[in-house]
Design a protein around this ligand. Sequence first.
Ligand SMILES: NC(=O)c1ccc[n+]([C@@H]2O[C@H](COP(=O)([O-])OP(=O)(O)OC[C@H]3O[C@@H](n4cnc5c(N)ncnc54)[C@H](OP(=O)(O)O)[C@@H]3O)[C@@H](O)[C@H]2O)c1
Length: 292
Amino acid sequence: MKVLLTGASGQLGQALIASCPPGVELIALRRQDLDLADAEACRRVVAQHRPAWLLNAGAYTAVDRAESEPELAHAVNAAAPQAFAEALADQGGRLLQISTDFVFSGQQGSPYRPDQTPEPLGVYGATKAAGEAAALRLPGSIVLRTSWVYGPVGSNFCRTMLRLMGEREQLGVVADQVGCPTSTITLAEACWRALHVEGSRFLHWSDAGAASWYDFAVAIAELSQALGLLASPARIQPITTADYPTPARRPGYSLLDCTATRALLDLEPLHWRSALTQVLRRIASLEASPSF
Ligand SMILES: NC(=O)c1ccc[n+]([C@@H]2O[C@H](COP(=O)([O-])OP(=O)(O)OC[C@H]3O[C@@H](n4cnc5c(N)ncnc54)[C@H](OP(=O)(O)O)[C@@H]3O)[C@@H](O)[C@H]2O)c1
């Protein structure tokens, strides 16, 4: 099965490459191979490779910067999946579009089901919602929404916290936004399984449990100290969203209801704390390797 992957240098892209199942011919595209802001190039690459699946893990993910670069965010997050969907409709092949809990406002106070209508608060969420709609115009497309993604490589909250906790004595972390951290290791497994799902649908995948960013940071500090990654981590103070103003508004409660997807993929999630332990162990082994 030929799979074309975008965003190959991103944190999910790298996890997908590392976990590519046998029998998959993976063509992994980085930014230098394909500019997702170039819709014509997106169409051309599909015609060139004629994949059975296009796994679109590339995205404009800078949530705050998107507020001042809405055209670029739209080109990458909405126009690219539209171009992929159109080209796949011509050539044959299906699209797995990765999306986000940030398509929701976070105001309902209970986990979001896959069939709920997006109501994004910011440019990033709005462009991702437009990308979902464009992807689903292709029959057989799957949109997989996930949340708070982090992993052993790339740019993410966990790695930023590890750095800051080593540099500072005290850190304030937002305690009034609740969601679920999701490891790229478990997310990649869910993505590969999603390629066996029939028909067109929304899937929701995150690790199990719920946390605020503050809870997540405290767990990173505790577990990284226990694993010897940090000698004496910074003290972490809970702060509010109002204490830490950002250009983009973020959902206050963006848990995803993953019940149906877990059954469909026949995949039991790890609790986010167990998944975090797995990621921190991987970071420790990467740091111990001679090429680090
Ligand atoms: N990160 C999260 O917390 C989170 C949460 C929910 C959903 N998601 C979704 O999960 C998916 C994977 O995200 P991620 O966390 O792996 O993000 P990431 O690490 O930021 O990776 C995104 C990738 O997209 C590439 N990219 C951006 N603009 C591009 C362009 N114009 N042309 C070509 N490539 C471009 C980046 O290339 P460079 O490496 O060259 O910059 C990067 O490899 C995305 O769909 C994202 O929306 C992420």
